[in-house]
Design a protein. Structure first.
Lengths: 160, 298, 781
């Protein structure tokens, strides 16, 4: 039996029916056509499906769509504003933190959740925040550097 | 990975949840963080026909300080909350550290202490931590309510003494006395996203800053079908003046309580050796924390 | 290095923004009207005769559109190398591993497809199975393929010089053995494909592959569709690392099901199926003897390999050759003997993975060099420097080191890591180790015997003159090839990088053998450069004619045209251009003629400007059997130093730091080169410390998940110091060569040598879990 859920996705209100056994990941990809959120394992082992749910980074493959009722979801599609990349996205591009790109949306959202909480994280805090987002391409180094740089950009922007 | 079909319930009160649970008995599972039950359902290890979500139930996901003599942790408090809560980290450190080593941030943001305990995995992070702190669990059903000590709770892999119509609603932990210190050590392959090969939680209390050991609790995970307390090692330590040598001996005694298995993560032999080493190491850490005990700022 | 405008910079990737915003489309992101969902039935048994397959119940399930088995698919054999086509799309006589494909279903939704699979009834007669490569080669072992007695899939025997005599003449001969474990590539994107079959008989596949060209050929062959009617489009790919280098049952099933139903068909492997499909790193056993003189001069190497191939050949023949040929360098040897054996076992087939065939044997050899150096009392770095090859050297097995910055790499890491202050001076529990390695820049021959070009590229200028469209069948799989090609085109044409667009991964665009054996920078790069030169020459000729100046006086730099280095007299062209574009908002200005004006005016004269380029390697290598594997137009090389801490009480290893130097010829894009280096190190670290695909006693994978098959997390990787060493490779475009695979070669032995330095214990079996190291330390004392 489908049920109606009401939620906000990337700032836009959505009201729609979902099946109980639909994960948030399936809902976003299949029903909302937000395919930027990736399916890597389905078991919470890889982090490719990371989205921000009410301010927290979660594996959307382990959340039911129905559980997202009344929540606020941010996916990778909602990060750039008016066609301008978010500073984390920009520094991922600038620093070469992207290779195949499959982990990238999840990585960027984990980084966003971190920087929202801790605007000036240490390298260990960055690595810890990413420790559930597997990347097989980059060795993480340029990702860590990119997040450090983005943090600086965001801080400077907020100071000015 | 597809989830099988099931009925979803989202009760607004605890009473309603318990009523649903008593009606459905074994056919229902509680859905809190979902990081365990949804995985088990996807892998077809578990096939409940009903999921009862705790999401709308008020008050079940909070940490309440009990006027200095203890803390009540709602069953739906997440590992992320435990790993950052100052009171928990200061006074109930094994729980805070264990929570910080569970999975990875995305998992910790959903996984709950209740789920971690009730799933009763031998390698769970929070079980030994709660055992070292001698936590008490409040189990409720539609008609009854009872309290059990976490030390009596586990029965085997995936088995506890919780009844199908019961739900774990909260965990109470008494505040350790002055000059107490805790530790939690986890041995796994990677530095995150790990299931323990061995884990050890310790709470050690001194009679005074430079006094002998007044009390100690040592709990070990992934070393037997359930997490276990190393009672013999505890008894051996009480009343003695702490030292590294003493902790080493205690580690050797601790192994006696364990019957680890050989599986693809590690052999029995290695696990036994690590119990010894990590027990002694955790005792040393707990001792160092104990001598640095400070009253909480008011 | 030359004075480049675009090359040799840190230009950002051309696909960066679409990937950072989630707009980049991967195969599973595609949806089509009326699309069906498919799934594959895989064998639960490791070795069994198929007695009967009953699909009737599945066919009757509402929502099921087609069910196919070998009856519908036929029995056309395929594989990677035509010499060993040993697979059919679906098993018909027997299944040979847990996961062997038996049937496929297409249904209106994924749930129904899965339910239909459960309704297919297969009767089996279980057969004895063999899972261990040594057991498989013993007499009386269960036979997996009737055509291959002794389960011997491939055997290689090569000798260069008289190795036994050379070993006898040595002052010291040291032996070593090594065993790695079966690995998984663990790319983040599971295989996925959508097949669209349209009348009249044309099949398009959108698929996650490294090799659109080979997929096109294999699918055409097995589904009996004329090859010209099969088009393979590779969208963005979430990593490949080797196992996506061949056509999969998933692709063929989707194609067949779409052909039968007339509807688009999608299938995506679960993570478990990715493990079952495998085609990743083999398990290798290595046995080696190295003969040296007292002064450290290496003389002779005897090398034996046994490979656990799994149930089918896949890339295995090349793999077993590489395990031998890739030890020919980078050290001078007088003789080398190699005996390699690849056995069939009842496990998923192994194939190519980063550092194909070379990684485990390199790990053994580089440990052996350290052991030997210690016996001789020589510093491991000095030992290597004493024997190192330099540009122009030829290995004993006739690999031509047309450029080789090996020595420079070693010197760079020695300085960069502070080796001299650390080696031999660290406290117990801390260690430092080094190793070297090299790898091909593309295979000298295609997988099938053919005179085909390995790469062709078409560059078409937009008719407004503003944009160069590079069209290529090459495969961007994350390594950055689209960016590299854009940069090569921009540099060659003398235009801005922003004015190049790359259309890649489509078999309708051009021939390109794809992303394997680290070939695209060199081979596709050559073709791109040639196509750009063609375009440039056409425009230059037009200008020369139109303005009556010598062609040789014309140069293109950064989007402008210079005549004898100056603006020249081009007024006539600009006036005409502006006349043609009245009302446009961006009339050309400035004292120089722009490329856009020139290209537009050339178009007005000659029609669309199209340039083409092509590349195939010259005939390479020796005349001995198997010389085709390992020969390459060029070789990249690298050296690494690793520092570790070992917890002596638990055996836990922490890699504290890595210093890596790689000679990639000219670094087309320095950021991308570092990215490949760092990614290689991370994979090597995982393989060394954590990774192992494990099986139970019935051949089922115990750990087919990314939770239990452990690749490094961000917390397991240390900071890497990456040093790019640039040689000039005469056979590479602008002097460029590989970096994607060679960089993994030294990682494992460097870690192992560091662990030895920290503990005094030599580990010769992977992965080095805390238990393996602790027990080895314990058993030593």
């Amino acid at each position: 039996m489908k049920r109606i859920i009401k939620l906000t996705i990337n700032g836009k209100p959505v009201e729609t029916a979902v099946s109980p056994n639909q994960t948030l990941l399936q809902f976003l990809r299949d029903d909302m056509n937000l395919t930027g959120t990736k399916h890597g394992c389905g078991l919470g082992d890889c982090g490719a499906c990371t989205v921000i749910l009410d301010g927290k980074a979660v594996n959307s493959c382990l959340v039911l769509a129905i559980q997202a009722d009344n929540s606020e979801i941010l996916t990778i599609e909602g990060l750039a504003q008016d066609g301008k990349l978010h500073p984390i996205q920009q520094s991922f591009v600038d620093k070469g933190a992207i290779q195949c790109g499959f982990c990238t949306p999840g990585m960027i959202l984990s980084a966003k959740a971190l920087l929202d909480q801790k605007p000036n994280p240490s390298e260990l805090e960055i690595r810890t925040a990413l420790s559930g987002n597997l990347c097989r391409c980059t060795g993480y180094q340029k990702i860590v550097e990119a997040i450090g740089e983005a943090a600086e950009v965001i801080r400077m922007r907020e100071e000015s | 990975m597809l989830l099988p079909k099931f009925y979803y319930h989202e009760p607004a009160t605890l009473e309603e949840a318990l009523r649903l649970l008593s009606e459905m008995g074994g056919a229902a599972r509680i859905l809190a963080g979902g990081t365990d039950v949804l995985v088990r359902m996807k892998l077809k290890i578990d096939k409940p026909s009903h999921l009862i979500s705790l999401q709308k139930i008020p008050g079940i996901d909070v940490i309440i300080q009990r006027e200095n003599h203890g803390v009540t942790i709602g069953a739906a408090v997440t590992a992320a909350e435990l790993s950052t809560n100052e009171l928990i980290l200061e006074r109930f450190a094994p729980i805070g550290i264990a929570a910080s080593r569970l999975g990875a941030p995305g998992i910790r943001n959903r996984a709950t202490i209740g789920g971690n305990l009730v799933n009763a995995r031998p390698a769970a992070d929070l079980s030994p931590a709660c055992m070292a702190l001698d936590a008490t669990l409040k189990l409720k059903s539609a008609k009854n309510e009872r309290e059990v000590r976490v030390n009596d709770f586990f029965r085997g892999p995936g088995e506890t003494l919780i009844e199908p119509n019961e739900m774990l609603v909260s965990i109470f932990v008494e505040t350790p006395p002055p000059w107490s210190g805790g530790a939690y050590i986890k041995l796994g392959a990677r530095k995150a996203l790990e299931i323990s090969m061995v884990n050890v939680a310790v709470l050690l209390t001194l009679q005074s800053q430079d006094g002998p050991i007044a009390d100690v609790k040592i709990a070990l995970g992934a070393v037997a079908p359930t997490p276990v307390r190393a009672f013999a090692a505890e008894e051996f330590l009480v009343g003695k003046q702490p030292s590294s040598e003493l902790f080493k001996e205690a580690g050797a005694i601790g192994v006696g309580m364990c019957e680890p298995i050989t599986d693809h993560r590690g052999t029995m032999e290695y696990r036994c050796l690590m119990i010894e080493t990590l027990t002694s190491r955790a005792l040393n850490q707990a001792y160092n924390n104990a001598i640095n005990w400070k009253p909480l700022p008011v | 290095m030359g004075d480049y405008q675009v090359l040799n910079t840190r230009a950002t990737r051309v696909d960066g923004p679409v990937k950072a915003t989630g707009q980049a489309k991967y195969a599973d992101d595609f949806k089509f009207q009326g699309m069906l969902y498919a799934s594959i039935l895989q064998s639960p048994l490791a070795h069994a005769r198929i007695l009967r397959i009953d699909t009737s119940k599945a066919k009757k399930l509402p929502g099921v559109k087609a069910v196919v088995t070998s009856k519908e698919a036929g029995l056309i054999k395929y594989g990677v190398s035509p010499a060993r086509y040993d697979e059919t799309l679906f098993a018909h006589d027997k299944v040979r591993y847990v996961g062997d494909e038996i049937a496929a279903v297409a249904a209106s939704d994924p749930d129904i497809a899965l339910e239909a699979l459960s309704l297919i009834k297969v009767d089996y007669e279980e057969l004895p199975a063999v899972f261990d490569m040594f057991e498989a080669m013993k007499e009386g072992a269960p036979l997996i393929h009737d055509e291959f007695p002794g389960n011997m899939n491939a055997e290689v025997h090569q000798e260069f010089g008289d190795t036994e005599a050379a070993l006898q003449s040595c002052d010291l001969v040291v032996d070593h053995t090594f065993l790695n474990k079966r690995q998984d590539a663990a790319f983040l994107e599971p295989h996925s494909c959508v097949a669209v079959f349209e009348n009249p008989g044309r099949l398009t596949l959108y698929t996650s592959t490294q090799v659109p060209h080979y997929v096109m050929r294999t699918v055409a062959m097995t589904l009996q569709i004329p090859v010209g009617n099969v088009r393979v489009i590779k969208p963005y790919v979430g990593g490949g690392f080797g196992p996506k280098c061949e056509a999969t049952p998933l692709e063929m099933s989707c194609g067949l099901l779409s052909k039968i139903t007339g509807q688009p068909v999608k299938m995506t492997y679960s993570r478990e199926q990715v493990f079952l499909h495998s085609r990743a790193r083999h398990q290798f056993y290595a046995e080696m003897s190295l003969g040296v003189m007292k002064d450290g001069t290496m003389v002779a190497l005897r090398n034996k390999a046994v490979l656990d191939g799994g149930a089918y050949t896949s890339f295995g023949i090349a793999t077993v050759y590489y395990s031998g040929s890739l030890l020919g360098g980078p050290y001078k040897l007088k003789s080398m003997k190699y005996d390699g054996y690849r056995a069939y076992t009842n496990k998923p087939a192994c194939g190519a993975q980063r550092g194909h065939g070379g990684v485990a044997h390199r790990a053994c050899f580089e440990q052996l060099i350290d052991i030997t150096a210690e016996k001789l009392g020589i510093d491991p770095i000095d030992m290597r420097l004493k024997n190192i090859m330099v540009t122009g050297d030829m290995t004993v097995n006739e690999l031509d080191m047309s450029s080789l910055g090996m020595k420079e790499c070693i010197e760079a890491i020695r300085a960069g890591s502070g080796w001299n202050n650390k080696k031999g001076k660290l406290p117990k529990g801390k260690g430092i180790g080094m190793a070297c390695g090299f790898f091909v820049s593309g295979a000298g021959y295609p997988i099938y015997r053919s005179d085909t070009y390995h790469s062709t590229v078409v560059i078409k200028l937009s008719e407004d003159g503003g944009v160069a469209n590079v069209m290529t069948g090459s495969a961007e799989i994350g390594q950055g090839s689209d960016t590299a090609m854009a940069m090569i085109a921009a540099e060659t044409l003398g235009i801005k990088l922003n004015d190049v667009r790359v259309y890649s991964g489509d078999t309708d665009y051009s021939v390109d053998l794809g992303a394997y054996s680290s070939r695209q920078t060199l081979m596709t790069g050559h073709a791109t450069k040639e196509a750009a030169e063609d375009v440039k020459n056409q425009i230059a000729s037009y200008l020369a004619q139109e303005l009556n100046v010598p062609v040789a006086s014309i140069t293109f730099v950064d989007g402008i045209v210079k005549f004898d280095g100056g603006p020249g007299n081009f007024e006539k062209l600009r006036t005409n251009y502006i006349k043609e574009h009245r009302g446009w908002t961006d009339p050309p200005t400035g004292e120089y003629l722009t490329f856009r004006e020139a290209a537009r005016m050339a178009y007005l004269k000659a029609g669309t400007i199209v340039g083409t380029g092509k590349y195939k390697p010259p005939r390479l290598g020796g005349s001995y059997k198997g010389a085709a594997v390992g020969t390459s137009p060029a070789y990249g090389c690298s050296a690494q130093i690793v520092e570790v801490s070992v917890d002596l009480e638990t055996g836990e290893i922490t890699v504290d730091g890595m210093t890596d130097a790689h000679d990639c010829g000219l670094a087309i894009n320095k950021t991308s080169v570092e990215g490949q280096m760092q990614g290689s190190l991370s994979m090597g670290l995982g393989e060394c410390l954590f990774e192992e695909v494990k099986f139970d006693s019935r051949g089922r994978i115990i750990n087919p998940s990314l939770g239990e098959y452990k690749i490094p997390t961000a917390l397991d990787m240390p900071k890497v110091k990456s040093i790019i060493v640039e040689s000039h490779e005469p056979n590479g475009p602008y002097g460029a060569k590989e970096v994607g695979e060679g960089a993994i070669m030294p990682t494992i032995p460097a870690i192992l040598n560091a662990i030895y330095d920290a503990t005094g214990v030599r580990i010769n079996e992977l992965p080095v879990t805390s238990e393996r190291l602790f027990m080895a330390m314990k058993n030593k004392t």
